[in-house]
Design a protein around this ligand. Structure first.
Ligand code: GLN
Length: 553
């Protein structure tokens, strides 16, 4: 771990046995209600500390018993975020990667299921030498080990751990207890507790209420955690008086009572924190003096560009998990990033693919500037997606297909441009005459559903003089995957002859990764998930050029 130009203040940091400065730990908890934006808060804290020259990493603890969210329905959990190393993780890891330079790995997300799994496996092996295995200390030790492991693997100066759920829940207790114990072990100066809470405005009383926050902090203190910083989510500004009251009743310095009013763009949050010198408050707790930063680049290139854009485009997302805002989180964010780059407001029209089947494609997609078909599983809604893609192809509307979106583009092309009637994927119809999408040999006998798809980053070679080569500007790329089915190589020649261009190939397995069309303003579909690699100040090229193409219409 390097010092990265910072000077350590008067109090000496704790040293581990190799005499390297130990990482500092921040725990982020949530109170009163869920959905207060703990993930964005954690990511924004990461951002402001990173801008001061510190290396940060983040991790998320999820108190549910599933080993990972990979087997959960999107309506239960929202998007499953895939890391480079192929872990299926919580979507908050997406915020962490979008806001900071930290790279997420399988170590950066842990669930109750994983923690118990590890402890029980050890118990079965006899590693505990006959002891009784208990929540304290065995489960809490496993949790602390995981925090330390992330510190070690990342080499970060600061490890920010977000604890899912709301304080007071039964499930999250072992995680909070572990956070408390870690503070005891490494010293209070090396651990900082941030509590995200709600300060509601009661309309009929015309008053802001601090009681829920007092109660939530009270619950935290009962389990031995005194928060150092309160992030107060509220509709209205917090007056001096309110801050003083919260400070007094919650035993938190007044300056550390941070106002977090609702904002238009999540990317403003680091600026909001910076204005209240949250970075200084954290550094002073840790006795760190770091280089100065003003976050001007972020403010100019991300925040300012997202307000009052010159253009507007309407992009249809033709999917089936549309009722839940979180199900396509990274896709929505990638479109925002591409909009920022192109000086355009990207308005998203959520189109349920089953409505296309019922009400017709023209009615649903007649007015849009671009069509995006995202990933998904199962037959429901497929025919609507295929019709949407045909509409985009025939009417020269910019189209971007992602994962299942690529598979549907191939099905559509096989059926309507190559005359392979009823061509399909074996995922939807086991026995069909033209299985243009099918399982790889190695997937045929897979019985376990958890963690067995083709997951994580794979290299892809790009063909010269194609749209893909123009978009990426390089010939070898790495993109993240999460799927079981693949393009069936048997049909490559025929589809190619009819005009489909296979512009990206995974060389080792000769698998199709990108397909595209000539004589179309922008028609490209990929077997991977580019949305996991887009950043607000560095949009993914596929999204960037998709939006650029819609502006030319
Ligand atoms: N259901 C398809 C498969 O398993 C696509 C998956 C996806 O879109 N993520 O291959």
């Amino acid at each position: 771990m390097a010092f990265r130009g910072r000077i350590v203040g008067t109090k000496r940091p704790f040293f581990n046995l190799t005499l390297k400065p130990m990482a500092k730990y921040i725990f982020v908890t949530g109170g009163v209600i869920s959905s207060l934006g703990k993930g964005i808060t954690s990511a924004s804290i990461g951002k402001i500390l990173e801008s001061r020259g510190l290396k940060v990493t983040l991790m998320k603890f999820d108190p549910y018993i599933n080993v990972d969210p990979g087997t959960m329905n999107p309506y239960q959990h929202g998007e499953v975020y895939v890391t480079e190393d192929g872990a299926e993780t919580d979507l908050d890891l997406g915020h962490y990667e979008r806001f900071t330079h930290a790279s997420m790995t399988k170590f950066n997300n842990a669930t109750t299921g994983q923690v118990y799994n590890a402890v029980i496996s050890r118990e079965r092996r006899g590693d505990y030498l006959g002891k009784t295995i208990q929540v304290i200390p065995h489960i809490t030790n496993e949790i602390k080990d995981r925090v330390r492991k992330v510190a070690e693997v990342s080499g970060a100066d600061i490890v920010i751990s977000e604890i899912g759920g709301t304080v007071g829940d039964i499930e999250s207790l072992p995680f909070l207890e572990a956070a408390r114990q870690l503070g005891l072990e490494v010293g209070r100066d090396n651990v900082l507790y941030v509590h995200v809470t709600l300060v509601p405005f009661i309309r009929c009383a015309e008053e802001i209420k601090t009681k829920p926050t007092q109660h939530s902090v009270g619950t935290l203190r009962e389990i031995g955690i005194q928060p150092d910083i309160l992030i107060c989510r509220s509709e209205r500004p917090l007056s001096n008086e309110v801050k003083e009251k919260i400070s007094l009743f919650c035993n938190v310095q007044k300056e550390a009572v941070i106002e977090a009013k609702d904002v238009d763009s999540i990317y403003e949050i680091p600026i909001v924190f910076k204005k209240q010198i949250l970075d200084e408050i954290i550094l002073s707790h840790f006795h760190l003096i770091c280089k100065f930063s003003d976050l001007k680049d972020w403010e100019k290139n991300v925040v300012e560009r997202s307000v009052n854009p010159r253009h507007k485009v309407v992009i249809a997302i033709v999917g089936k998990y549309l009722a839940l805002q979180d199900a396509y989180k990274s896709i929505y964010e990638s479109l925002v990033h591409a909009g920022i780059y192109n000086d355009a407001k990207v308005e998203i029209k959520k189109v349920d693919s089953e409505d296309i089947e019922k009400r017709g494609v023209k009615e649903m997609l007649g007015q849009v500037s671009g069509i995006l078909v995202p990933g998904g599983f199962g037959y429901r809604g497929i025919e609507g997606k295929v019709r949407a893609i045909r509409f985009a192809r025939e009417n020269k509307i910019p189209f971007l297909g992602l994962c299942l979106g690529m598979q549907c583009a191939v099905i559509e092309f096989a059926r309507n441009a190559c005359g392979l009637k009823d061509a399909n994927s074996t995922e939807f119809r086991q026995k069909n005459k033209y299985p243009v999408i099918a399982l790889l040999e190695e997937q045929v006998n897979v019985k376990d559903m958890g963690g067995t798809m083709r997951l994580g980053a794979y290299p892809c070679k790009i063909k010269k003089n194609t749209l893909a080569s123009k978009v990426y500007g390089k010939m070898l790329i790495h993109e993240r995957h999460r799927h079981r089915y693949e393009f069936n190589g048997k049909y490559k020649k025929l589809l190619e002859k009819k005009g489909l261009v296979f512009s990206g190939i995974y060389p080792k397995g000769n698998l199709v990764e990108i397909v595209e069309l000539k004589d179309h303003p922008y028609f490209i579909a990929v077997q991977f998930h580019p949305e996991f690699k887009s950043k607000p100040d560095n949009p993914h090229p596929l999204f960037r050029d998709f939006i650029k193409a819609t502006l030319k219409l």
